[in-house]
Design a protein around this ligand. Structure first.
Ligand SMILES: [Cu+2]
Length: 345
């Protein structure tokens, strides 16, 4: 009888060693997700960069400490007795089990508290751009106050900021607790009814990002996002000027009909279109809705099709949103009202 070779086991081991790098390679594209417009690992403002450094220190530190502990465990089990004697000494246990954790955690705590202070500090010289954002079930009311020759205006589900200037966002809640988070810019801050909180950061490059609500606030909490756009200062000033103007009256016959449908359907009891009779306050300001990147708090890109779909099927697309569906509008009326809103640039 021939002796069995250990070949199968060795082969098994080799394939595991081969499989690991392959698995790592296969997962590598997933890392691309870390670089996106909604990622704390892709900082685009000072606060997020500081928080990322803390994350890196904790990840690398944690990995090193874990490795060291595993080495000690291995030594405790397999090392020659004289080594194990050293490991079991009182001094080793006190140093590794008490002194080291106390020192490390104290240093981290001090660093963390310092970080909290610097990320919350108001801009030196008070030259921050101040914006107020109010969390509503399930959208964001955004208010830019008057400044210099730029007039005050309201918009929704979109925060545009200039690059290189500190931005201070005052956070409020209209109904329940929400939380405001732009991962690429800063940490999360709660929005609490009856109280004002604030967040501050300085965007460091132009780009488009995505913010979201990170505190469960009701059945459409998951569909409560917003667009964030960072622009060079001159472009930002132009955007701000444009947003502050009233809506131009519709020109084409089709959009004139759209405005008629808008008025007749009572949309103006909840929505404002500055420069028209629509002065509602309950829902998003629609004066320049056509210029916004998305509707329904980040749900769909803005175009005539999605606008028509939203108006006729609000409760199918976002059940529980504080707007009724207008399924009774005819196809022509829907196209017209969507066309009217789309040209409100
Ligand atoms: Cu919310």
């Amino acid at each position: 009888m021939t002796r069995q070779t250990p070949a199968p086991r060795a082969a098994g081991r080799t394939s595991l060693f081969r499989a690991l790098p392959r698995a790592a390679l296969a997962l590598a594209p997933a890392l691309g997700g870390c670089m996106g417009p909604q990622s704390a690992l892709n900082p685009a403002a000072d606060d997020a960069a500081k928080l990322l450094l803390l994350t890196e220190i904790m990840t690398v530190g944690g990995a090193l400490i874990f490795t060291a502990v595993m080495i000690f465990v291995g030594l405790a089990v397999w090392a020659p007795p004289r080594w194990r004697g050293w490991l079991a000494r009182r001094e080793t246990v006190v140093a590794g089990g008490i002194v080291f954790p106390v020192l490390t955690l104290t240093a981290l705590l001090i660093y963390g508290l310092w970080l909290m202070r610097v990320t919350n500090a108001p801009a030196p010289g008070g030259d921050a751009l101040t914006i107020t954002v109010t969390g509503e079930q399930y959208w964001w009311r955004v208010h830019y106050p008057a400044e210099g020759d730029a007039a005050a205006f309201a918009t929704a589900n979109e925060v545009q900021v200039p690059v290189g200037r500190p931005v201070r966002i005052l956070l409020e809640a209209a109904d329940v607790v929400h939380a405001f988070w732009i991962p690429n810019y800063a940490g999360k801050v709660d929005m609490i009814p009856g109280r004002q909180t604030a967040i501050q950061f300085t965007p460091d490059r132009p780009g488009q990002f995505r913010g979201l609500c990170t505190e469960f606030c009701g059945d459409q909490h998951a569909r409560m996002a917003f667009d964030v756009v960072a622009l060079p200062p001159a472009e930002f000033a132009a955007w701000r000027q444009r947003q502050a103007t009233d809506a131009a009256p519709p020109a084409a016959a089709f959009t004139v009909l759209g405005r008629e449908v808008f008025t007749r359907s009572g949309c103006g009891s909840c929505h404002a279109v500055r420069g028209s009779d629509a002065k509602g306050e309950l829902g998003p300001d629609l004066t320049h809705v056509g210029s916004r990147r998305s509707i329904g708090a980040g749900l769909y890109p803005t175009n005539i099709g999605t606008l028509a779909g939203w108006i006729s099927g609000t409760q199918q697309l976002k059940p529980g949103a504080r707007m009724p569906s207008y399924g009774s509008l005819s196809g022509e009326e829907l196209r017209a009202v969507a066309g009217y809103l789309d040209q409100l640039k």
